[in-house]
Design a protein around this ligand. Structure first.
Ligand code: UD1
Ligand code: UDP
Length: 351
C-alpha cells in the first residue's frame, strides 16, 4: 500500500519516530512535512536524533493565522495527493497540519487513518478540539490511545475505533535507554544531584491571555524551587510582548531535543506543564504532574491520582507544587508499548 503520512509539529515528529519505520517494513510511506514547525530545535533536531525518515516533501508553510496556515497546507497537499495517488493518508494528533491533511484527503475520497483519535477536552475554544473532532469524523481508521478515547468516539456515533495504546509510550520505551546514554543535558546545566521541577508552557489559551500567563509566571517565580523551563517560541514571543519576566530560580532555556527532554523528565522531581504529550510522559516517568489547564484529555492520569488540574491561578499552582503527591500505584492506561505494530496490523486487516 502507498501511504502518505503528514506531520508538521514537534509532537508529530516524535509520534512518527515510533510509527514510520514499522509502517515501512510492509508498505511504501511518503512522508510530508508541512513546515508548521521550522526552527532547528523544533524540527530538524528530531529528524536527526530519532532516525525519522527524511521527509519526501516539505511544504514550508511556516507560521500564520489558522486560516492562512491551514489553507496553504490544503493547497499544497492537494497537489501532492493528486500526483502521488496514495491508498491512505495517515495523520497524528490535533494540529492544523492534522486537519489540513485529513480534510484534503477526505475531499479527494482518499481514506484517512487518525492516530490519537477520540481525545476530547470538551472545550471547543481550543483549536486542537476543533481539529480532532473534525478529523475523527472524516477518518476511516481511528486509532485510539485509551479506552476513554474509544468511548468518546462511540458517544459521537463512531463505532469502529481500535484502542491500540499510545504511540508516545512506544517512543518513550525505545528512546529512554538512548537518552540515558546520549543526553548530557543534566551535566551541561549543572543539575547533577540538584532537585528541580521541569516546566513547559505553550498552550494558546495560556499564552494569548496576559492574565493566565501572568498567573503561571508569578507562581513559578514565587515557588522557591529551581525550575527548568525549555520555552516554546510561541511563549517567548508573548512574554516579550507582555513585558513579563522570570526570577532567578527559573532557568529558561531554548526548546530541547527529545533525548534531552526525556533526560530532564527523568531527573526532575515534578513536572508542571500545559502540554498534552508531557502530561503523558510525566506518567510514564512516574513523576507527579501538575497541569496548568482547566481540563485535560488525559483524564485517566488524573483519575489515577498522578496528575492534578490546577488552571492558571497562582495560588493553586503554588499549592500543587508544594503539596501534590500521588497516593496510588499506577494503572495500565496507555497500552503495552506496541501501538505502532497494532496500527500496522489493523491497517493490513481492514485494507
Ligand atoms: C501547535 C499546535 C498545538 C501543539 C503544538 C506543539 C495548532 C493549532 N497548534 O501549536 O496543538 O500542541 O503545536 O508544539 O496546530 N514558532 C516559531 N518557530 C517554530 C514554530 C513556531 O517561532 O518553529 C512560533 C511562531 O511565532 C508561531 C507560534 O510559535 O506563530 C505558534 O506556532 P504554531 O505552529 O502556529 O502553533 P503552536 O503554538 O506551536
Ligand atoms: N518536547 C521536546 N522538547 C521540548 C519540549 C517538549 O522534545 O523542549 C517533547 C515532549 O517530550 C513531548 C512533545 O515534545 O514528547 C510534546 O510536544 P508539545 O508539548 O510541543 O505539544 P503537545 O503534546 O501539547 O501537543
Amino acid at each position: 500500500m502507498k501511504i502518505i503520512t503528514v506531520v508538521g509539529a514537534r509532537p508529530q515528529f516524535i509520534k512518527a519516530a515510533a510509527v514510520s519505520n514499522v509502517l515501512r517494513s510492509q508498505h511504501q510511506e511518503i512522508l510530508v512535512h508541512t513546515g508548521q514547525h521550522y526552527d532547528e530545535n523544533m524540527s530538524k533536531i528530531f529528524f536527526d536524533q530519532l532516525n525519522i525518515p527524511k521527509p519526501d516533501y516539505n511544504l514550508g508553510v511556516g507560521s500564520g493565522s489558522h486560516g492562512k496556515q491551514t489553507g496553504e497546507m490544503l493547497i499544497a497537499l492537494e497537489e501532492i495527493y493528486l500526483k502521488e495517488k496514495p491508498d491512505l493518508v495517515l495523520v497524528y494528533g490535533d494540529t492544523n497540519s492534522t486537519l489540513a491533511a485529513a480534510l484534503c484527503a477526505s475531499k479527494l475520497l482518499i481514506p484517512v487513518a487518525h492516530v490519537e483519535a477520540g481525545l476530547r477536552s470538551f472545550n471547543m475554544n481550543m483549536p486542537e478540539e476543533q481539529n480532532r473532532i473534525l478529523t475523527d469524523h472524516i477518518s476511516k481508521y481511528l486509532f485510539a490511545p485509551t479506552e476513554t478515547a474509544v468511548k468518546n468516539l462511540i458517544n459521537e456515533g463512531i463505532k469502529n475505533a481500535v484502542n491500540v495504546g499510545d504511540v508516545m509510550y512506544d517512543a518513550i520505551l525505545h528512546f529512554k535507554t538512548i537518552a540515558k546514554e546520549k543526553s548530557a543535558i543534566i551535566k551541561d546545566l549543572g543539575l547533577d544531584d540538584k532537585p528541580f521541577i521541569l516546566t513547559t508552557i505553550h498552550r494558546a489559551e495560556n499564552t494569548n491571555d496576559i492574565n493566565r500567563l501572568k498567573g503561571i509566571i508569578e507562581a513559578l517565580n514565587e515557588s522557591g524551587t529551581a525550575i527548568v523551563l525549555p520555552l516554546h517560541p510561541r511563549t517567548t514571543k508573548y512574554i516579550e510582548q507582555y513585558g513579563l519576566s522570570f526570577n532567578s530560580n527559573v532557568r529558561v532555556i531554548e526548546p530541547v531535543g527529545y533525548l534531552d527532554m526525556i533526560s530532564l523528565e527523568m531527573h526532575g522531581e515534578k513536572i508542571v506543564t500545559d502540554s498534552g504529550g508531557v502530561q503523558k510522559e510525566a506518567f510514564f516517568m512516574k513523576k507527579p504532574c501538575i497541569t496548568m489547564r482547566d481540563e485535560t484529555e488525559w483524564v485517566e492520569t488524573v483519575e489515577n491520582g498522578w496528575n492534578v488540574i490546577v488552571g492558571t491561578d497562582k495560588e493553586k499552582i503554588l499549592g500543587a507544587i508544594q503539596g501534590f503527591v500521588p497516593d496510588q500505584p499506577q494503572k495500565d492506561i496507555f497500552g503495552d508499548g506496541k501501538a505502532a505494530h497494532k496500527i500496522l496490523a489493523a491497517i493490513n486487516e481492514q485494507a
